[in-house]
Design a protein around this ligand. Structure first.
Ligand code: NAD
Ligand code: TDX
Length: 336
């Protein structure tokens, strides 16, 4: 077992990274967290506000900044890398920042991990495997070939390959996790579930892409955090672990659950233009993580997790309101 004392969490002011920071503070008392975050449109320091100052430090900076990494990384024993450009629709509108942050940024962190002998965990996505047909009984495993579809997922796939090479060639003590779609508090209003919840709070009709039958494999972000901690501390070096909680649902089903929670008719939404190259279905087989490391998800009741998430957006309008108008303006310009 690896017992980290002083970790860097990149992207710790984003949705999943900040949930991980809370998870570490709440569950692992001896650990200090340095958050390295550029505070892009997706990063919000309020996500980690109020945490004990002797446990969490925020450094505002870019993961591509090699000089900053030379200052920051020595003295830490692990890097947990969440920072990314994360939204598929943005990657279609403008791929450039995805190449920089996701590929060059990962390269810079790997070089720092190599130079200072630091343990490295790489947070990635199931989208690197491409998509499955709706009627295919198969799910993704660690052996599934890479087949990314979008600019976003191709940059994530590229970064995963860099990690594998830096482990094999330079001996960087690295692990990779590929997780399915997360939901929960602090998710940006550009993403599917928060977008529809906040639309309904605003009295605006939700927007469904294509035929609404695309399937995503939903996991609560808290379960993603416990899985990453498990892999960081007990995973085998050089290995990849898939993270999932058996949460396959198609988009129209999820949307109708949200509509129901707001007491609206199940057809009270708009069909909008489909996403180009839209992946049909993702599905994760997380047997390796469960058998080898004994991890289990705790939040397996999607209806309950969704109700709590809706409640969180109702209670935290001040958190999401500033981003809402610009996000919807961008979608409107794309016919979505
Ligand atoms: P997010 O967009 O909510 O947050 C990204 C964070 O990274 C922000 O705080 C942003 O300011 C920061 N950041 C961006 N570029 C940076 C740079 N160059 N330097 C430093 N910080 C930078 O993303 P998220 O949804 O929380 O995703 C986090 C990670 O998890 C990503 O690597 C993503 O690929 C992966 N992932 C996400 C999901 C999902 O469902 N959202 C599923 C599987 C894996
Ligand atoms: O308004 C919408 N209407 C709609 O039907 C939006 C924003 C999305 N959708 C659909 C597209 C997808 O099929 O909902 C599904 C989920 O969309 P997103 O929230 O954009 O997520 P997705 O593209 O599946 O990617 C997410 O999961 C994997 C994260 O954003 C990625 O960072 C992660 O790697």
């Amino acid at each position: 077992t690896f017992e980290p004392k002083n970790i860097i969490v990149t992207g710790g002011c984003g949705f999943i990274g900040s949930n991980f920071v809370h998870h570490v503070v709440d569950n692992h008392p001896g650990v200090h967290v340095t958050v390295l975050d550029k505070l892009t449109y997706a990063g919000n320091p309020e996500n980690i506000a109020g945490l004990p100052e002797d446990r969490v430090e925020l450094v505002v900076g870019d993961i591509c900044d090699r000089a900053l990494l030379d200052e920051l990384v020595p003295g830490h024993d692990a890097i947990v890398h969440y920072a990314a450009e994360s939204h598929n629709d943005n990657s279609i509108a403008d791929p450039e920042p995805f190449l920089r942050t996701n590929v060059e940024g990962t390269y810079a962190l790997l070089e720092a991990a190599r130079k200072y002998g630091v343990r490295y965990h790489h947070v990635s996505t199931d989208e690197v495997y491409g998509d499955l047909a709706l009627d295919d009984p198969a799910r993704f495993t660690e052996e599934t070939p890479y087949h990314p579809s979008s600019p976003y997922s191709s940059t994530k796939a590229s970064s995963d390959l860099l990690v594998r090479a830096w482990h094999r060639t330079f001996g960087v003590r690295a692990t990779i996790s590929n997780c399915s779609n997360n939901y929960g508090p602090y998710q940006h209003v550009e993403k599917f579930i928060p977008r529809q919840i906040t639309n309904l709070i605003d009295g605006v009709r939700p927007k469904l892409y294509g035929d609404g039958l695309n399937v995503r494999d939903w996991i609560h972000t808290e379960d993603h955090s416990s899985a990453v901690w498990t892999i960081l501390t007990r995973g085998r070096i050089g290995e990849t672990y898939l993270i999932g909680a058996d949460g396959e649902k198609n988009n129209i089903t999820v949307l109708r659950e949200i509509l129901k929670a707001f007491g609206r008719d199940e057809n009270d939404f708009d069909w909008v233009r489909d996403r180009p190259g839209h992946d049909r279905r993702y599905a994760i087989d997380s047997t390796k993580l469960r058998r080898e490391l004994g991890w289990e998800p705790a939040h397996t009741d999607f209806a309950e997790g969704l109700a709590e998430t809706i409640q969180w957006y109702r209670e935290n309008e001040a958190w999401w309101r500033p981003a809402k108008e610009a996000t919807e303006a961008k979608y409107a310009a794309q016919g979505q």
